[in-house]
Design a protein around this ligand. Structure first.
Ligand code: NAD
Length: 451
């Protein structure tokens, strides 16, 4: 059923690299390999098409605040380690800064800056009243014990406690963090600010465990948002999930839920790759058994020993013919070289910024539609918004209401993007940025610039 790519937009124009004066005015060097500049380029390209006033382009081109902290933590051995943490607050014109905290050895300021810019755009596109932020700690969470992880998490939140809050900046999970870590974040914040703020201060963090004010449906929300977008847009190319095949990079929170929900709707997950290896089954992998395997063994490697699957190489993984290719791991994985191998109709970016500009140009030239992260991976922040609303109103929603509301936000964002694509004759990434900028630019116009 899968065939060589051909679809949606044989006429989709390639996005040209930008010559915006913003770069010179802000003194930004034009390094094509820099993730922040790549993200900025995509945003500014849409801003030019939409004729967003120049001063708003300038404002959106730099984060409002870049916070960097260093803090010591006692390790189980009795020795002390110094950790580096970041919180970048990109923009709060639409509401409090919002975005995940990542634990990864390669976290850097530029990465966190680009992810915070993506969050501003994502919240604006799905029309939730939040701005964009992102944070991280440069560490390997797999190498830390449970108690070390707890001390690192508490020290980080105490270091930035004056900069966050339910009305100011609201962290959430990202790569390497989970609901347990969010529970430590919330508890630390509550202890530090005791008596100083209202009793809805649990709303300082989202992605919390249910028992601590988390929302039903938050854990699966990002994966589910990807599926909601695909269900809305696949018919445009004469497909439905029930008859589609996909492959996935990453089988963590986002990838595993995307895989399980894709299968639940009748689709086939033909191949999965993560940091431990790659597996394949032409007839479809058992997505639930794979989830169990990853939880027990820490990755997909070895799944083929007990289930219907075969181990494949990285290049073989990229070349598996599928309808939908879903990167759900880290940034910049689809390089030009990998894009050359990919054989699909649609790339659905479940991860943030997984496609390099060179990779994207190759995909577009092959007629492959790229559904950008600010659309596809916005399900998580949308349900985070629902969690925040529930915390603040002290009333909790059932799972059906969460699913229904999430679907409404995702479908409207997908239609908004599709509309901009047709109206401006642009690729889906540019269209999604246009959909986001329409909102934020009009808010700036109404608010004006203080004083
Ligand atoms: P996670 O830590 O749960 O999973 C990350 C996955 O990436 C794992 O399966 C890991 O094996 C895989 N991976 C890491 N390095 C790899 C490599 N070199 N090659 C192949 N696979 C590799 O993280 P997550 O929460 O699922 O986040 C995944 C992506 O989705 C990130 O880009 C994140 O920013 C984005 N995202 C997450 C959320 C959320 O709610 N968790 C929301 C929006 C966007």
């Amino acid at each position: 059923m899968s065939s060589k790519a051909s679809i949606a937009a044989p006429s989709t124009p390639k996005r040209e690299p930008l010559s915006s004066s913003v770069y010179d005015e802000l003194g930004l060097e034009r390094n094509p390999d820099n993730l922040y500049l790549q993200t900025l380029d995509a945003m500014l390209c849409a801003a030019e098409i939409l004729e967003v006033p120049h001063h708003i382009q300038l404002i959106l081109s730099q984060p409002k605040n870049e916070i960097m902290v260093h803090f010591p933590v006692e390790m189980d051995s009795g020795e002390y380690c110094l950790f580096k943490g970041y919180r970048v607050q990109h923009n709060n014109a639409l509401g409090p800064y919002k975005g995940g905290i990542r634990y990864h050895p390669h976290v850097s300021l530029d990465d966190v800056k680009s992810l915070s810019l993506l969050m501003t755009m994502k919240c604006s596109l799905v029309r939730v009243p939040f701005g964009g932020g992102k944070g991280g700690i440069k560490c390997d969470p797999r190498a830390l014990s449970f108690t070390e992880l707890r001390r690192v998490s508490r020290r980080f939140i105490s270091a930035i406690s004056t900069q966050i809050g339910p009305d100011v900046d609201i962290p959430a999970p990202d790569v390497g963090t989970n609901s347990q870590i969010m529970a430590w974040f919330a508890d630390t914040y509550l202890n530090i600010t005791q008596g100083l703020i209202g009793n809805d201060s649990m709303a300082v963090v989202t992605g919390k465990p249910l028992e601590m004010g988390g929302s039903l449906g938050r854990e699966k929300a990002t994966g589910q948002g990807v599926i909601d977008v695909l269900a809305e847009l696949l018919p445009e190319i004469g497909l439905s999930i029930a008859e589609a095949t996909c492959s996935l990079i990453g089988y963590g929170n986002v990838g595993s839920w995307a895989g399980k929900l894709f299968t639940e709707r009748g689709g086939k997950v033909k191949a999965v790759m993560d940091h431990t290896g790659a597996i394949y089954n032409e007839g479809g992998l058992d997505a639930i058994a794979l989830d169990d395997h990853v939880r027990t063994h820490g990755g997909v490697a070895g799944f083929e020993k007990e289930h219907a699957a075969e181990a494949i190489t990285e290049d073989q993984f990229y070349a598996v013919p599928v309808d939908v290719f879903i990167p759900a791991a880290l940034e910049q994985m689809i390089t030009a070289e990998k894009a050359d191998l990919i054989n699909c109709k649609i790339v659905a970016e479940a991860a943030n910024a997984p496609t390099t500009p060179a990779g994207e140009n190759i995909l577009l030239a092959k007629g492959i539609e790229v559904l950008p992260a600010i659309l596809c991976s916005a399900g998580g922040v949308t349900v985070s918004y629902f969690e925040w609303v529930q915390n603040r109103s002290n009333s909790y929603w059932d799972a059906e209401k969460v699913d229904e509301e999430l679907n409404r936000h995702m479908v409207l964002a997908a239609r908004r993007t599709q509309l901009a694509k047709h109206r401006y004759n642009v690729d889906m990434r540019t269209a999604a940025y246009i959909g986001a900028l329409e909102q934020i630019a009009s808010v700036y116009k109404l608010r004006g610039i203080f004083p």
